[in-house]
Design a protein around this ligand. Structure first.
Ligand code: NI
Length: 227
């Protein structure tokens, strides 16, 4: 499932983030790439330990926690501390797949990447190219979202970033280990959750059907979740 979630950050938060990270020192993006991806990766990143990256990574994590849509779609067990990247002057990231396991710096945790996420930080009118292209069962989908919006997609997908031929594309990116490892099972839970929300919006919280369906949702999570 590929899902766009609007307005994870407010316009004021995006502006403050862009000002802070724009003034920070950037390094070659190959720092976090595996062997295959290093060969096709051409961008800049904030160093993982940089105070600006950590501070804004925490702000992004807070924002994700407040997003009912993100929580429902990702059912996160662990979220990787968000990183930040920058593409300009024709830079791109060729077709690759993200590493399956990501150690989290300063901890003993090795996160399994079930979902990949990109939070767009630049106004799409200010740059050309830079689409995130994700290959899934329905073909290749090109994603270029307003600043502050997030795309979530299965980390098992081949993907690339088209060359940025004008302007600058800033983004935050990270991975989620979901409580529900299987993408199909997670998508079913998301659909069921949305159907329950629609039912409740029309008929209210207290109907017998709302209670039963909510029970089925939780019992499926109980059956499938790893925590
Ligand atoms: Ni990637």
């Amino acid at each position: 499932m590929l899902l766009a979630i609007p307005d994870i950050l407010t316009p004021a938060e995006v502006a403050a983030c862009v000002a802070d990270i724009g003034a920070a020192a950037w390094v070659d993006g190959k720092e976090t790439a595996g062997l295959q991806s290093a060969a096709v990766k051409d961008n800049a990143q904030l160093p993982q330990g940089s105070p600006v990256a950590q501070a804004w990574g925490d702000r992004v994590l807070d924002a994700l926690g407040r997003s009912a849509e993100f929580v429902a779609a990702a059912l996160p067990h662990r979220t990787f501390p968000p990183l930040f990247n920058r593409y300009a002057g024709g830079q791109s990231f060729g077709t690759h797949i993200d590493n399956a396991i990501r150690p989290i710096r300063g901890t003993a945790i090795k996160l399994r990447t079930d979902l990949s996420a990109t939070l767009f930080l630049s106004d799409p009118a200010t740059y050309d190219g830079g689409e995130l292209v994700v290959e899934d069962a329905f073909g290749a989908q090109a994603v270029k979202l307003p600043a502050g919006s997030l795309v979530l997609y299965p980390a098992s997908s081949l993907h690339h970033v088209n060359p940025v031929t004008r302007g600058v594309r800033l983004a935050s990116f990270f991975w989620v280990q979901s409580m529900i490892r299987d993408d199909g099972a997670r998508a079913l839970l998301y659909d069921l959750d949305r159907a329950i929300q629609d039912h409740v919006a029309e008929h209210g919280q207290g109907t017998r059907h709302a209670v039963e369906l909510t029970g089925i949702y939780h019992n499926l999570v109980r059956r499938w979740a790893e925590t």
